[in-house]
Design a protein around this ligand. Structure first.
Ligand code: ATP
Length: 269
C-alpha cells in the first residue's frame, strides 16, 4: 500500500522550469536539498555542513510550496512521498502510526527520497490547539521518533520537506527540527508577470495580450489564483464558439437550411 504512495522522479512531473518567479527559494532548495541528496559525501566532512533533515516552506495558500518540493525532488533524481494528516487518517483508520513508521523505513530503502509533509501544522501542530486526539498524538510521536532516527548512514539521503500556511501553529519541538525555514510569499507584479509567462508558455496567445498589464491588475493573487484566471480565460472562446454555433443552428433550422458544420479547435481564437 505504501509503495503506491511513492512517486519515482521520472513521474513527478514538475520541474523548476514549471515554476515562475521564486528564484531565491529555488536556489536555496538546490543548495539545501538537491546537492545533499545527490552528493552527501560533500557535506559529511564537517559538523557544520551536516545536511538539514528538515526544511520548512511556509506562506499563503497556492504560492507554489508543493510544486517547489516536487521540483527539487525531480532535480535530485529522488523518489517523492507526499504525506499529510488527512491522507493518513482517511486511508488508514487506526493504523496511522504503523504507516508513519513504514514511510520512514521505506524512504531509507529507496533513497534518495524526499518526504513531503503537506499541511504539517495538522500532522505536527501544537497540542493545545486541537484538544489533541489520542490517535493523532501517537502519529505525531511516531513521526518525531523516526525523524530523529534519520541520522544513520542508511537514511543519509532522506530529506523531510514540510509545508504550512500556519507556521505559528507548529510546536517548539517541531520548529526545532526545521531549522531552515523558507518563506514562499505572494508574488509582486513583476513576479506575477513571470508566473503568467510560465503558465502560458505553451499557449497560443493573441498578439495584443499584455501580461505585464494583467500582472499589474492582479494584486494579491497567488500563483494558483493566476492559474485559475488563465483557465477561466481559456474557457471563454470555447463558450463563445458554442454560443455562436447554437445561434447559427437555430437560424439554419428557421430558414429550412441544412445544419452548418460544427466549428473545430482551429476556429477557437
Ligand atoms: P497550499 O498551501 O494551498 O497547499 P501550495 O503553496 O502548495 O498551496 P501549489 O500546490 O504548489 O501551492 O500550487 C497550486 C497550483 O498553483 C499549482 O499546481 C500551479 O498550477 C499554480 N502555481 C502556484 N505557484 C506557481 C508558480 N510560482 N509558477 C507557476 N504556477 C504556480
Amino acid at each position: 500500500r505504501i509503495l503506491d504512495d511513492v512517486i519515482p522522479p521520472s513521474d513527478i512531473g514538475v520541474t523548476f522550469d514549471d515554476i515562475g518567479a521564486l528564484e531565491n527559494v529555488k536556489d536555496t532548495l538546490n543548495e539545501l536539498v538537491m546537492l545533499p541528496l545527490q552528493r552527501p559525501e560533500l557535506f559529511c566532512k564537517s559538523q557544520l555542513t551536516k545536511p538539514w533533515k528538515g526544511i520548512l516552506l511556509f506562506g499563503p495558500p497556492g504560492t507554489g510550496k508543493t510544486m517547489l518540493a516536487k521540483a527539487v525532488a525531480t532535480k535530485a533524481g529522488a523518489n517523492f512521498i507526499n504525506i499529510s494528516m488527512s491522507s493518513i487518517t482517511s486511508k488508514l483508520f487506526g493504523e496511522g502510526e504503523k504507516y508513519v513508521k513504514a514511510v520512514f523505513s521505506l524512504a531509507s530503502k529507496i533513497a534518495p527520497c524526499v518526504v513531503f509533509v503537506d499541511k504539517v501544522d495538522s500532522l505536527l501542530g501544537r497540542r493545545e490547539n486541537s484538544g489533541e486526539h489520542e490517535a493523532a498524538r501517537k502519529i505525531k510521536n511516531e513521526f518525531m521518533v523516526n525523524w530523529d532516527g534519520l541520522r544513520t548512514k542508511d537514511s543519509e539521503r532522506v530529506m523531510i520537506l514540510a509545508a504550512t500556511n500556519r507556521p505559528f501553529d507548529l510546536d517548539e519541538a517541531v520548529i526545532r527540527r526545521l531549522p531552515r525555514r523558507l518563506m514562499v510569499n505572494l508574488p509582486d507584479a513583476p513576479n506575477r508577470a513571470k508566473i503568467l509567462k510560465v503558465i502560458l508558455a505553451k499557449e497560443d496567445l493573441a498578439q495584443d495580450v499584455d501580461l505585464d498589464s494583467v500582472a499589474s491588475m492582479t494584486n494579491g493573487y497567488s500563483g494558483s489564483d493566476l492559474k485559475n484566471l488563465c483557465v477561466t480565460a481559456a474557457y471563454r472562446p470555447i463558450r463563445e464558439i458554442v454560443e455562436k454555433e447554437k445561434k447559427e443552428l437555430a437560424a439554419a433550422s428557421a430558414d429550412g437550411r441544412s445544419p452548418p458544420t460544427p466549428y473545430s479547435s482551429a476556429d477557437i481564437r
